[in-house]
Design a protein around this ligand. Structure first.
Ligand code: HEC
Length: 112
């Protein structure tokens, strides 16, 4: 319940353009560093793999949000990462927030 209110607070106080980034920084970076693979693949490696498979933003966002909602070894694009780190846990976030994060991840560029 606490997390739920936190999310509403964030949603209403930030503009849509940086909401996805804020949610990513708050909820994903602990496991997914930008460029280094620590306890999970880097987010840059994930972005590259997803864009190869889903070139359009629409497909990228819809597949990624659904996958994070319910991680599934059968549909994963990075089975080698599951072998190395185990399947990503269910995080319990709502679909709209995950779509917001996925939209940010499609557009994001990171300095080397
Ligand atoms: C507790 C650690 C943890 C957190 C938190 C986490 N992830 Fe993951 N994630 C993993 C691990 C480990 C993998 C690699 C294994 C796999 O693919 O399931 C992974 C894989 C992925 C994949 C690739 C799935 C595929 O197709 O193989 C995506 C996309 C992803 N994470 C997105 C996210 C996003 C976005 C967030 C924040 C909302 C997030 N993760 C939060 C651990 C985490």
């Amino acid at each position: 319940m606490k997390r739920f209110f936190g999310l509403i607070f964030i949603t209403t106080t930030l503009s849509a353009s940086n909401l996805g980034e804020t949610l990513f920084q708050g909820n994903c970076v602990t496991c997914h560093a930008i460029q280094k693979a620590n306890s999970a693949p880097s987010i840059q490696a994930i972005q590259t793999r997803y864009k190869e498979k889903f070139p359009t933003k629409e497909d990228f966002v819809s597949f990624m949000a659904q996958w994070i909602l319910k991680p599934n070894a059968k549909t994963a694009l990075m089975p080698e990462a599951i072998a190395q780190y185990e399947l990503m846990p269910i995080l319990g976030y709502d679909k709209e927030s995950l779509e917001e994060i996925a939209r940010y991840l499609y557009d994001a560029t990171w300095q080397p």
